[in-house]
Design a protein around this ligand. Structure first.
Ligand code: CP
Length: 300
């Protein structure tokens, strides 16, 4: 594995290897990346992905060079192309973690890069490292992935975490997915075609209340304000599904609530203290997964 671009490239054997390494790195500290450099090149805002990758690199003994607003603070502001930036940064770093606002940008970067590219989110495309940490959270919290029922809720049209997670879930047995969204924000056809091919059972619904008691995982997402053409269009969907204490009472005791974060208003803070809420723990599991990924892709 050189680049990490999309979930489709990850098979169960590799996923298990990444999970095992993440768990091992949690138990035993390692400075295995001492002398290596990670460049984080972010054209879009981020809290979790950038900081967790940077923390992961430093925890493994490596160093970080970074631009958190590449559109303004890199030579892109002078008109440099992504391809040229990547060719240059490859001379300075052993791995590039890239977040970009255009779908397909990670693939473009990989096609010219001399060092591994890790896709940290490409527009409404994919966010494969988020999907890995989501799956790892499920495995750690529920003890299994096969046989579970999930509700993926919110902006399923624009949410890249949902796309990447669906592609991974299709690799597991006896999964049932409820895609819960307003009609205008339904999950893409490519995901539905893929799940049919994988014989993964799924249903689309607008009604969260009717299914919430059946699920093991309630995966809530934000309405992706930045992907709407106008504020008016966004406001049509803002607040369409809110998880509150009353809704959680309808859930199974052993179920979990996940969210890639950031949240806006779609999970009330009263839910944070409930045993089902694992979305902050999910960010910790993300650190472990990103340590494992850096160790796997950087040439030692
Ligand atoms: N989940 C996620 O990608 O968060 P950030 O946008 O803060 O990186």
């Amino acid at each position: 594995m050189k680049h990490i671009i999309k979930s489709q490239q990850l098979d169960q054997k590799l996923i298990n290897r990444i999970f095992a390494l993440a768990t091992a790195l949690e138990k035993k500290k390692s400075q295995v990346l001492k002398g290596k450099i990670m460049a984080s090149l972010f054209y879009e805002p981020s809290t979790r992905t950038r900081f967790s990758f940077e923390s992961a690199m430093i925890r493994l003994g490596g160093s970080v060079i970074t631009t958190e607003n590449a559109k303004e603070f890199s030579s892109v502001a002078k008109g440099e192309t992504l391809e040229d930036s990547i060719k240059v940064i490859g001379n300075y770093a052993d791995v590039i973690v890239l977040r970009h606002d255009e779908q397909g940008s990670a693939e473009r970067a990989a096609s010219v890069s001399s060092v591994p590219i890790i896709n940290a989110g490409d527009g409404a495309g994919q966010h494969p490292t988020q999907a890995l940490l989501d799956l790892y959270t499920i495995k750690r919290e529920l003890g299994k992935i096969d046989g579970i029922t999930l509700a993926l809720v919110g902006d399923l049209k624009n949410g890249r975490t949902i796309r990447s997670l669906s592609y991974l879930l299709g690799k597991y047995k006896n999964i049932k997915i409820y895609f819960v969204s307003p009609i205008g924000l339904r999950v893409g056809e490519d995901i539905k075609i893929y799940l049919k091919e994988q014989q993964t059972d799924y249903e689309e619904t607008t009604d969260l209340f009717s299914i919430v008691g059946k699920v093991d995982v309630l995966y809530q997402t934000r309405i992706q304000k930045e992907r709407f053409a106008t504020k008016k269009e966004y406001e049509k969907f803002n607040g369409c599904y809110t998880i509150d204490g009353e809704l959680v009472k309808k859930m199974k005791i052993k179920s979990i609530i996940m969210h890639p974060l950031p949240r806006v208003n779609e999970i009330l803070t009263e839910v944070d203290k409930l045993p089902q809420a694992v979305y902050f723990k999910q960010t910790y599991y993300g650190l472990l997964i990103r340590m494992a990924l850096l160790k796997l892709v950087i040439k030692l």
